[in-house]
Design a protein around this ligand. Structure first.
Ligand SMILES: *Cc1c(COP(=O)(O)O)cnc(C)c1O
Length: 229
């Protein structure tokens, strides 16, 4: 891995996505690859843009905001940014400046702040995934899956917010299949309320092939492509 180049690692992951997609009877065209560039400088997404990749994920606003601005300056109009980490309400205004999609909408107070910031510009739109908490620990980010329908109705009532689907991070101490199954169930529940909210943000470096078998549409892959840092 240390001797491989970024282009080689990217190609290897793309090939794995292609074969895992076809193994589950799906087309790789329907799978979005979001490359998580956290812990790396702007040089990495710039190199990835030059390799044809355009979707990047970040999990901390303090790091993402200057990085996204630098990338925009060097390669204007090419990158799409996904905010995938825990989001504090006081960062919403900043995140809206660069992100097109927030994968971690998970509570009423955060929705309220999002609506408040969006109201400042009625033309502004944001895509969101509702993040599920798959653990028993209420302090972990994410929505209690039992609260999904109630919360989804609030989000669906917001004209500036486009609800894409559910997002989950599988627990370290469980069989990934168990959590992917729960994510898939939550997705089916959401689709019954809103057929357009059919996308699933799940799958990381260690488990994306399995995630594809459970219907993941938006893979968030970091180290398998970017290397360790
Ligand atoms: C870091 C991160 C990823 C990518 O993790 P890798 O294991 O490096 O692929 C995906 N999703 C979230 C929410 C992350 O914070």
């Amino acid at each position: 891995m240390n001797d491989s180049t970024l282009a080689q690692r990217l190609e290897a992951v793309r090939e794995r996505i292609n074969s895992a997609a076809s193994n589950s009877g799906r087309s790789a065209k329907d799978i979005e690859l979001i490359i998580v560039t956290k812990n790396h400088s702007a040089a990495l997404p710039i190199e990835l843009l030059d390799l044809g990749e355009t979707q990047f994920g970040e999990n901390k606003d303090q790091e993402a905001s200057p990085k996204a601005k630098e990338v925009e300056y060097v390669r204007p109009g090419l990158a799409t940014w996904h905010f995938v980490g825990q989001l504090q309400s006081n960062k919403v205004r900043s995140v809206l400046e660069y992100a097109s999609c927030i994968h971690s909408l998970d509570r009423d107070s955060l929705l309220k702040e999002l609506v408040k910031q969006l109201a400042k510009d009625t033309e502004k739109r944001i895509q969101v995934f509702l993040e599920l908490n798959l653990t028993d620990d209420p302090n972990r980010g994410g929505l209690d899956p039992k609260d999904l329908s109630r919360f989804a109705e609030l989000v669906m009532a917001q004209p500036q917010i486009q609800l894409l689907g559910v997002m989950g991070v599988v627990g370290l101490d469980v069989e990934p299949a168990v959590d992917f199954e729960r994510i898939a169930k939550a997705s089916a529940e959401l689709v019954s309320l809103d057929p357009a909210a059919k996308f699933i943000s799940a799958g990381m470096s260690g488990d994306f092939e399995e995630a594809l078998g459970f219907g993941a549409t938006h893979l968030r892959i970091g180290t398998a492509i970017t290397g360790n840092r």
